[in-house]
Design a protein. Sequence first.
Length: 359
Amino acid sequence: MSTHRHLKRALALYAIVAATVLTARTGAAAQPAGTASHATHDAIVNDAMYQLAITFYGGTLPDFARHDLPSIASGPSPDLAHWMFPFAPAGHSDPRALARSLLQETTFLRSSAPDPWRTFFANLLANAVADAIISSPFRTDIIAAMVRQDDRCFAVVDAFGEQTHQLFPFAAEAPHAGVADECHLEVATTLPLSYLATDAGEYGDALVPMFLIPGYLRYVIQHELGHTIAYWLETTRVDGAERLGQLIAARYAEATRNGLHTSCYGSRSPGEYWADATALYLSPLAAASLGEGDGNEAVTGAPCASGLSPEAAAMAGSKGVGSVPGAHLILLMQPELYNLLESVYGSPPAYAPARRESR
Ligand SMILES: [Zn+2]
């Protein structure tokens, strides 16, 4: 079992933003949808999302403007998809076609949300999986694993308000953004404020949407997928040489010995090292979901608590962590890890700003 928890710098912002959201939600709850109060609620939520994203990206949002912000109350829309991941893969054969075939050929990819959110989240999941495996030399093996284990195993995006471990077949513990093993993958869409900010106070139990930060939900999906793929391929020989599990352990040991970790969370264990490396490798921005670690929080065996490692943040520094592709940062930090990722996933995806679909 593995869990996923990071984002300290960005999360500090949630404390401010979410309190505003919650106040507005309380007001909205007593009013039917479509009233002036509901519209005010949407405006406050959108403003909070905008301010959070502006801060997170270091002052410049990639190709979307304030009036484009989606409403979280009005259901899935092209605007929401664009907000969550404002990039389109470039230079690959059609990952959307692969995503469609994954949805049609397997029952692995699911959401527990009611429609139309079920369809939206299942498509999101399928596209994230397709982006990860479209160029992989092990693509056929991975898809075969999904098909073969269809009813017993699943990847699921939770409905709003559900928590990982509610669906996941493990004993309940504190909620997490995502969880995975060799056969399951579950990702939340909301998290309690106490998970995101230590000073949540009386609002600690209140749920806030994970897609406040563009790219984060997709990043968590690919982090958890990284765990699942590592389990599936653990004994598979890579490049005709050693088994993947052994190679991950060796790269992790080198990174720990020589200060080469890219993310703080990935420094915790070989499993988290590979999962975070997978998500970073597939991310158009190293900072899209990690933020910049502060290195202050004590975590046993880790040089820092969350976000990019201080070394990686410094490496990206002159360009700004909001503008460096994750794969490029890994190449700078630990070329041997980049080579291993390339052997498993193929070349890293290239992204361009996505054009928004018309309403
Ligand atoms: Zn993990």
